[in-house]
Design a protein around this ligand. Sequence first.
Ligand code: ADP
Length: 486
Amino acid sequence: MTLELKDKALFRTQAFISGQWVDADSGDTFSVTDPATGEHLADVASVGANETRRAIAAAQIAMSEWKVLPAKERSDVLEKWYDLIIESTEDLAVIMTAEQGKPLAESRGEIAYGASFIKWFAEEGKRIYGDIIPTPQMDRRGVVVKQPIGVVAAITPWNFPNAMITRKAGPALAVGCAIVLKPAAETPLSALALVELANRAGMPAGLLNVLPGMDAPAIGGEMTSNPTVKKVTFTGSTPVGKLLMKQCADTVKRTSMELGGNAPVIIFDDADLDLAVAGALTAKYRNSGQTCICANRLLVQDGIHDAFVERFSAAVRAFKIGNGFDESTTHGPVITEKAAKEIDEKVKNAIEEGATVVVGGQPGEQGDCFYQPTVLTNVNSSMRVFREEIFGPVAPVFKFSTEAEAVQMANDTEFGLAAYVYTENMGRSWRVSEAIDYGMVGVNETAISSEVIPFGGVKESGQGREGSKYGLDDYLETKYICFGAL
Ligand code: ADP
């Protein structure tokens, strides 16, 4: 399948190392396909440990000049990159929908969202302040300066093929680091198009290297063991995050981990029902349920439960599932046939244990990667849909009676990324927000993410924050200098 791009040079299939487009040493490639149709899109270079090592070496050289530039000069390059991304929105969105499946309107939204991190950190990178500390001894002063941590390795997932990269590359480059990036094998084309634009924006060679590949353990193994890499930033599944943290221990690398979630949407009897239905729909079904802050469990108080299920289900029945290029499609496929099967297994487990299917409950007829938007009731906490991240368009609706029970259910998970609370009671909104163990809480709102807020989780959902002024800290070291004999 040939994509209709205005700017055909954005369609890149080689790795980008030290400012050069290169094939894998082995000549190996892997195939990228459209999940909506199964059509072949590209054969992309599949690099391994050797290319990764070269990219890391190039990054270190490039960083030595980049980190000593005034922040304004780094900012200028990032601003230019931002402008080029915005100008190329349509082409980038087409590439994304083709390889990821999300509706074109969602892809356009992600390009704007992704670009916002570049602009934000271009600005924020000029504001890296230190401290002067009065010491116990009057002849000394303590000074704290912030310095770039070093070469950064980033590993990113397929659900946001653009924004998960810019959230890491933006702050890393803004503070003076260089980066080696491994995009997900399902969606490398979006990453390669982004780096093509960075190159045009005048990003010095070696600062931003992209390493597509099928052999993730080989690339990740080099990234986590190479002593030149000082920081590994990862967005993906909790098991892989844990593995990378273990691998990083040998060389004591800093890590940022944005891992799985199991987000509750807690809807109290005193909620605005329309608002709660609209919020839960977005939180559950955006990107066909494939975001780490997607609602995983709808916890609804018994007095409002039936009314909620009725309105929520009616809205879900009206969804139009299909190819993301069809403008009438509201929801696209899931990423792979394997993902669709795993979602189906979780639904089957719930049904076997007594769940009622209100809507959907089956694989979609549109193709191998589709799953019907599904609503389940009569679910309980022993089912897989309560315990595990569903990562698909399936909404299990659990019932609770008291505020204490809602808090207990919300916290009954090893995850702690995002949670949502719907109530019109001011006191309750504070009490519950503070009582639940999550890195982010939306009160009467599920569209909580932007470049200005600290995104990240607690417990096994990860560590570190992306976006906002806090997002810079993940790429900075704190150095204390003592000035004596004053
Ligand atoms: P998902 O199941 O959603 O694909 P993963 O955690 O498997 O989530 O994938 C997220 C990213 O981590 C992808 O870029 C993937 O290639 C990469 N990855 C998977 N396994 C490893 C590994 N052992 N080492 C390094 N990266 C890995």
